[in-house]
Write a protein that binds this ligand. Structure first.
Ligand code: GLN
Length: 487
């Protein structure tokens, strides 16, 4: 049976009706991963643990004490701590780090009975938009092996797009779920800040980081998110707010709701094929009875400069814990303690991470704090106010996820600013803490997928998932499998 062509619910049903066992299913996906190593989507595979988890899932299914997720495989971005399994964050400095505990989301999905296939490749410490900043090598886009899958959750996105795993987790600090979902032609949701626990997710920029899900379809993402979300006493920034029934809400009435199209998202710099695909998607939403209004997010263009002060500032502080003493890699040839710190960090971190640590240290230093960090915080507030104003006029904000489709490998590695500009449409949602989703809505002349982004009101993941689901009921972009991965 072609298990990889099935959705998560399709797989769940096969398990529940005992047509396929979790051991067989797990074995099937592990074999598929083994046959497609050219993508470099995984850093670590955990076949023994996976088969053990699959066996206990089968027992649970037999005993009748199971859910739709029990026995279904999942892959985790390699910044979620997984007990007993390497958690590298795509970095040399954590390349020998075995976590002694599970991240809350790992624990929760494990409790639901999901089976961990392994850990996916990523840009080092989630810094990047192309997955070329990994110590373990670049990930390739399954739609075209000469192109990037997007970043920083590129391994998770490539794995789901090539159907190596039915679903995967990711993290999004400035676009790292939505942008790779767009480049790989799949669905990716970044929930509101605080909706999902960050406990055990290695921190990049704590006030922006949020965990989310990749799946082919929104209805699958809804089930996984349901099980991940909710208050966690171990994360003081997680919100104590009831989690709605995302699956039930998929069918909510959308007719009469309003979509806002920010004029700033449709200006110069947007690829013509993308603009066309978004226009047709808007027409489809209109036919569902949604109203369309033009809105303005006047501070959008300040998103990138603001983010590239705040995120590096937080990163420089978060990454100070990697010093060769507490975790991971330690340089071997050192003279004294200070020399050991210096060499460990020089050898253990890659160029982009060092660049961020230096920017962060600079903007936080006494002489420059007011000029950069404090100013960026003020702009962050203004960006959030832009959204507050926009949401007085509409329920959802719709636009492209990215200004271009997947670009060529090596084409932007030497130009950090060009790389940073990829996140122009995604980054402001993180600065404001709002939820966002990217869904496939077409392909360009080169056959590369195009992503449509919806941004919702605080904690309206239900609305985003419903919009995505109802769109997917009328389109089949999310069902396309890249040539080469169909069989
Ligand atoms: N591309 C952005 C960066 O490099 C966002 C990364 C992310 O969301 N983790 O920081």
């Amino acid at each position: 049976m072609d298990l990889h062509t099935l959705s998560l619910s399709g797989l769940g049903k096969l398990l529940q009706t005992k047509q396929v066992s979790s051991v067989e299913m797990t074995d099937y996906f592990l074999t598929r991963i083994g046959n497609n190593t050219d993508l470099n989507a995984f850093i670590t595979l955990a076949p023994e643990l996976a088969l053990e988890q699959a066996k206990s899932a089968d027992k649970r299914i037999n005993s009748g004490n199971s859910s739709l997720l029990t026995g279904v495989p999942v892959a985790y971005k390699d910044l979620f701590c997984t007990e007993g399994v390497q958690t590298s964050c795509g970095s040399k400095i954590l390349s020998n780090f075995i976590s002694p505990y599970n991240a809350t989301i790992v624990e929760r999905l494990q409790n639901a009975g999901m089976v961990m296939l392994g850990k996916t490749n990523m840009d080092e410490f989630a810094m990047g938009s192309s997955n070329e900043n990994s110590y373990f090598g670049a990930v390739k886009n399954p739609w075209n092996l000469n192109r990037v899958p997007g970043g920083s959750s590129g391994g998770s996105a490539a794995a789901v797009a090539a159907r190596l795993s039915p679903v995967a987790t990711g993290s999004d600090t400035g676009g790292s779920i939505r942008q790779p979902a767009a480049f790989c032609g799949i669905t990716g949701i970044k929930p509101s800040y605080g909706r999902v626990s960050r406990y055990g997710m290695v921190a990049f920029a704590s006030s922006l980081d949020q965990a989310g899900v990749f799946a082919t379809a929104a209805e699958d993402a809804a089930v996984v998110l349901q099980n991940m979300a909710g208050f966690d006493p171990k994360d003081s920034t997680s919100i104590d707010k009831p989690v709605p029934d995302f699956q039930l809400e998929l069918q909510q009435t959308l007719s009469g709701k309003t979509i806002g199209l920010p004029k700033e998202y449709f200006s110069e710099g947007l690829d013509a094929d993308i603009a066309r695909a978004i226009d047709s998607a808007v027409e489809l939403f209109k036919s569902f009875g949604l109203n369309i209004v033009e809105i303005s997010l006047p501070k959008s263009e300040l998103g990138i400069p603001c983010y590239y002060v705040i995120a590096p500032a937080e990163a420089s502080s978060n990454l100070s814990r990697f010093d060769g003493v507490r975790y991971g890699y330690r340089s071997e040839h050192t003279d004294d303690l200070v020399d050991m710190y210096r060499r460990t960090r020089s050898e253990g971190f890659g160029d982009e991470v060092k660049r961020r640590i230096m920017i962060g240290t600079y903007v936080l230093s006494a002489g420059y704090y007011d000029a950069y960090y404090r100013k960026a915080q003020r702009i962050r507030r203004m960006i959030a106010e832009d959204f507050d104003n926009a949401f007085k006029q509409c329920d959802f904000i719709l636009g492209p996820t990215t200004p271009t489709t997947a670009f060529e490998l090596n084409s932007k590695v030497d130009d950090p600013v060009a790389m940073y500009l990829n996140d122009i449409y995604t980054i402001t949602a993180n600065l404001a803490g709002l939820p966002g989703i990217s869904i496939p809505c077409g392909s360009d002349k080169k056959g590369l997928p195009i992503g449509l982004q919806l941004i919702g009101k605080y904690f309206d993941e239900s609305g985003l998932l419903a919009m995505a689901h109802q769109f997917q009921q009328h389109t089949d972009f999310h069902k396309q499998i890249p040539t080469g991965y169909q069989a």
